[in-house]
Write a protein that binds this ligand. Structure first.
Ligand SMILES: [Zn+2]
Length: 145
């Protein structure tokens, strides 16, 4: 009876399935001096199915730890996020255009005012005095040189 069980175990270790495979995951959580940890560890040494599975599991765990810090968005969240971003950009674009329009208007208004002020300055009394002085100097230079 005992021999037949051992044979059965041997057969199992060459098959692709082992009833202990699902327990190997507990190896990562159990303390190393735990009795079931020791038992599973021993089984891993003898069972290729479980040892292979455990190696795969360890690789997966390592890979998962690399990816854990990244926030994974599910599809719905991602889609709604993208929609919101598009909406945001639309609003920002509109605002940008409005601001640009307003600035262009302001620029024109500023130039208008400057132009009017410039012309007003040209026609002011001080400027007439300056023109007069310039004409006097011009005539004097013309006459005496
Ligand atoms: Zn096994």
């Amino acid at each position: 009876m005992d021999r037949s069980i051992q044979e059965l175990n041997n057969v199992k270790s060459f098959s692709t399935n082992c009833i202990h495979t699902k327990h190997i995951y507990s190896l990562l959580d159990l303390p190393k001096n735990d009795e079931s940890y020791k038992r599973m560890n021993k089984h891993l040494e003898n069972c290729t199915v479980c040892s292979k599975e455990f190696q795969k599991f360890q690789l997966k765990t390592a890979a998962a730890q690399v990816f854990i810090p990244k926030v994974l968005m599910d599809r719905d969240l991602r889609q709604s996020f993208e929609r919101e971003v598009v909406e945001l950009f639309k609003v920002m674009n509109l605002n940008d255009r409005e601001i640009l329009k307003r600035n262009v208007k302001k620029g024109f208004l500023f130039m208008d005012r400057m132009g009017i002020e410039f012309i007003q300055n040209l026609l002011s009394k001080t400027m007439f005095k300056a023109y007069f002085a310039a004409i006097v100097i011009f005539i004097c230079l013309r006459l005496f040189l």
